[in-house]
Design a protein around this ligand. Structure first.
Ligand code: NDP
Length: 276
């Protein structure tokens, strides 16, 4: 089993350098897929209220022989529950659905700035942490101005910001803004789901030079940036393959070539995207 390096965040929080995306892993098959990932070595599991699989992921955690304290169960609060009282209820519901006795990490899924309630939601997350429902709190898809608002309001900095990161969307400025604030960056869709990224000639050529798959090359690229990628796979062989990326060292020329794949404007705009 591969050993996953750890990154250190706010308040000394230790987070694995890679995690499992679980979007679409539901029901009994979702439990089995999550269990096989834990067996392969994944310790960080990324679910969300809106994925309708908090129970499946929680069951795999509960039934695993891996000690509970070695696993990080991470979920996300949806936009329709940003109002302070609703946020508290949704976090309690996520905990109930997980079947666990605590959540390890709760993120605000999107800022939904048109609703204008993400600061209220953040206060509810801060209180949920104080009350012991959750150990760590963070955000997703938060632009620097959203981070500044919640940090300014509460004095509490999110442990991480989960954003779209892959070579079409390298997010140099956004990642730097997270780092300046002491916020780790988690990367979603690291394999470029729904794009042609795994078939890009630059990706397949560099992968071949290292004798690794395109997926492994893309994950090694995320890791080289200090991003925590969250590859999703329902397939045990791919789950294991996706963990075997920590010995891949990319040259400056290769990193430069991959930087050339950036497409300005890739991904949804958090100022306008409504995730409810
Ligand atoms: P990914 O970039 O992780 O791609 C997943 C796809 O890649 C699946 O079709 C999977 O197929 C395939 N795949 C996985 N491993 C390999 C491999 N080694 N070789 C070839 N194909 C492979 O996409 P996601 O959008 O799912 O992103 C990952 C996670 O990020 C999500 O599951 C979710 O947890 C999170 N996320 C968060 C968002 C947010 O707003 N915060 C938004 C989007 C995602 P198969 O399963 O059949 O192996």
């Amino acid at each position: 089993m591969s050993s996953i390096p750890l990154l250190t965040g706010q308040d000394g929080a230790r987070l694995p350098a890679i995690g499992l995306g679980t979007y679409d892993l539901r029901g009994a098959a979702g439990v089995a897929a999550t269990a096989s990932a834990i067996d392969a070595g994944y310790r960080l599991l990324d679910t969300a209220f809106n994925y309708d699989n908090e129970g499946a992921v929680g069951r795999a955690v509960a039934e695993s022989s891996v000690p509970r304290e070695s696993l990080i169960y991470s979920t996300k609060l949806p936009g329709r529950y940003h109002r302070h009282d609703l946020a508290r209820h949704a976090i309690e519901e996520s905990l109930f659905r997980s079947g666990l006795d605590r959540l390890d990490l709760v993120l605000i899924h999107w800022p939904n700035p048109r609703l204008g309630l993400y600061a209220e939601a953040w206060k509810a997350l801060v209180e949920a942490r104080e009350d012991g429902l959750v150990s760590m709190i963070g955000v997703s898809n938060f632009l620097p101005e959203h981070l500044d608002r919640i940090i300014g309001d509460t004095g509490v900095t999110p442990v991480l910001n989960q954003i779209l990161v892959h070579p079409y969307a390298p997010q140099d400025a956004w990642r730097a803004a997270n780092a300046e604030r002491g916020v780790l960056t988690e990367g979603y869709s690291p394999l470029g789901k729904d794009t042609d990224l795994v078939r890009e000639p630059a990706v397949t050529r560099i992968a071949a030079a290292h004798e690794v798959s395109a997926a492994q090359l893309l994950l090694a690229w995320s890791v080289s940036l200090g991003v925590i990628p969250l590859p999703k796979s329902a397939t045990p062989a791919r789950q294991a393959e996706n963990l075997d990326v920590f010995d891949i060292e990319l040259t400056d020329d290769e990193l430069g070539e991959l930087a050339g794949l950036a497409r300005p404007g890739e991904g949804a705009d958090p100022m306008t995207h409504e995730e409810l």
